[in-house]
Ligand binder design. Structure first.
Ligand SMILES: Nc1ncnc2c1ncn2[C@@H]1O[C@H](COP(=O)(O)OP(=O)(O)OP(=O)(O)O)[C@@H](O)[C@H]1O
Ligand SMILES: [Mg+2]
Length: 499
């Protein structure tokens, strides 16, 4: 199926989000859509799938104009959208999620569980997956949840599948598996619109790429004919040099030490230390327990046993408030549920946790806080009409930047960052790395969980690798390789363990 979006425009009040966007997708093509956070990618796809109404322009399917009254119409045209944030009911089974509001019934009007299970298995089987369809969906890895989303698309007989940052929470093998499925379906004539901030993926999977900037489609290329540098330039409107800034750390004394931390059934015998001015990377596969370790240190979850020392002194932390009082900050990976108050303004989201810090320095005048919020929004290129708009109206990547800004300003001296650049565009990533460097120059100790291996290797001073709830090694980042980290992350051993 061929689809054409022509001259699409859309405004939210004064905010002109799309101003004449064109996009053509051929049958069996993987077409990548790239652009900075807030460029309008998700909005364009919301219009394409009937979730939003455009202000102007047209949508052609196989040359014929289509008008939808809602998302179900798009589905009937064979268009399926896998969203940036998956919305599943965690306690419900895979099969119940797959057939939610599409339940099959027997001729007596009863739920036809048997047929639903059979079909669920059939579609998952087509993707080469053998997920247990009776398991609660929340118990699956994000990669498997993604597979289920694709199976759901196949169930609706989709000819065009839109994926909005599908790999943001996937690691190595899961991405490989996803790409295999994409290639398999492409060979059958299914097209994909593939949105991603990971440049290297575009070169691996896409046939063509369209760049959006500030609501306009600026260029379309064949991937084989374009250099990454060109794409980045088109996206951000300038060259950004190398992705990673140099790190010249001045590492001081131990800031935080974890001793024999244990949470029953989750992790065991976790020992590490992070020094003033150091970035300690935490690598590992999804589900290895990295986030859980940090949640326990921050007082969200309860430790079964073990000790946490700050500046060599034992501390007891049972709630996040206590952690914050000890000057520990935690940027959670789950920006929607834990990181942001979506209804509240950007201003309040950034400023509230910092007001304590300002008070400590005797600064509580509004002007200082205003300047501070403005500075962070500018540094992190938060794209918004102003500081007073609600955080919930921001694009995914811009929400992430606001959560980061909130913790950067909080005056924490041990800062835990869980996937700090997930979903963030290339230009802003570079800014985040520079901010991390500035923080460590000010002696802040940073623990950075990241599934992005090049990021872990480039930005960490040392890397702790977690496998099934245990640290399998701590290596110096200098001299560490992707292979080394992957080996440790899958339970193997390497002999370059440091300190
Ligand atoms: N419901 C809404 N109300 C007001 N503004 C909105 C709404 N949805 C999106 N916007 C604005 O539209 C712009 C484009 O957002 P969109 O989500 O399409 O960006 P994106 O390119 O998908 O970014 P990201 O890479 O961060 O996901 C942003 O400035 C955003 O604040
Ligand atoms: Mg988006």
């Amino acid at each position: 199926m061929k689809v054409e979006l022509k001259n699409i425009s859309k405004s939210f009040g004064e905010n002109h989000v799309l101003e004449g966007v064109d996009l053509t997708v051929e049958p069996g093509e993987v077409h990548s859509l790239v652009g900075e956070n807030g460029a309008g990618k998700s909005t364009l796809m919301n219009i394409f799938t009937g979730l939003l109404k455009s202000d102007g322009g047209e949508i052609l399917v196989d040359g014929k104009a289509v008008h939808y009254s809602g998302p179900l119409d798009a589905e009937q045209h064979g268009i399926s959208f896998i969203h940036q944030e998956m919305n599943n009911f965690a306690e419900m089974s895979v099969v119940d999620n797959m057939f939610l509001s599409k339940e099959l019934r027997t001729k007596f009007g009863l739920m036809d569980q048997k047929t639903m299970i059979k079909q669920a298995n059939h579609y998952l089987g087509e993707l080469g997956s053998n997920i247990d369809v009776l398991a609660p969906i929340g118990s699956l890895t994000v990669g498997n949840q993604q597979m289920i989303e694709i199976a759901k698309s196949l169930m609706t007989n989709a000819k065009v599948i839109i994926m909005d940052e599908p790999t943001a929470a996937l690691t190595g093998n899961e991405i490989k598996q996803l790409f295999e499925v994409v290639n398999k379906l492409r060979a059958k004539g299914v097209s994909f619109i593939y949105i991603s901030h990971r440049m290297e993926e575009i070169f691996k999977i896409a046939d063509r790429v369209t760049v959006m900037r500030d609501g306009v489609s600026v260029a379309t290329y064949k991937v084989a004919d374009v250099a990454m540098k060109q794409l980045v330039h088109d996206m951000v409107g300038r060259d950004i040099g190398s992705f990673y800034p140099d790190r010249n750390p001045k590492i001081g004394k131990v800031a935080l030490e974890a001793k024999h931390l244990k949470e029953n059934g989750v992790f065991d015998d976790i020992n590490f230390e992070v020094h003033d001015g150091e970035i300690l990377g935490f690598s590992g596969l999804m589900g290895a327990g990295r986030t859980e370790i940090m949640r326990a240190i921050f007082g969200i979850d309860k430790l079964t046993s073990g000790e946490i020392l700050l500046d060599g002194k034992k501390v007891s932390i049972h709630t996040p408030e206590q952690a914050i009082r000890h000057n520990i900050g935690f940027l959670t990976e789950d920006r929607k549920d834990e990181g942001l108050i979506l209804e509240d303004s950007i201003y309040n989201n950034i400023a509230l946790p910092s007001i304590e810090g300002f008070k400590k320095h005797g600064l509580i005048d509004d002007k200082t806080i205003d300047d501070f919020v403005k500075m962070l929004m500018k540094r992190l290129t938060v794209k918004a009409m102003g500081a007073d708009v609600s955080a919930g109206s921001l694009s995914g990547g811009n929400q992430q930047k606001v959560v980061l800004a909130k913790w950067v300003g909080s005056g924490a001296r041990v800062l835990i960052l869980d996937e700090p650049t997930r979903g963030v565009d290339v230009g802003a990533k570079r800014e985040i790395y520079e901010l991390m460097n500035e923080l460590t120059d000010r002696n802040v100790a940073i623990i950075m969980i990241s599934s992005d291996l090049p990021e872990v290797l480039s930005m960490s001073d040392r890397i702790a690798v977690v496998y099934e709830g245990r640290i399998t090694g701590v290596v110096d980042a200098k001299g560490a390789t992707q292979d080394m980290v992957m080996t440790l992350a899958t339970g193997g051993t390497v002999n370059a363990t440091s300190r």
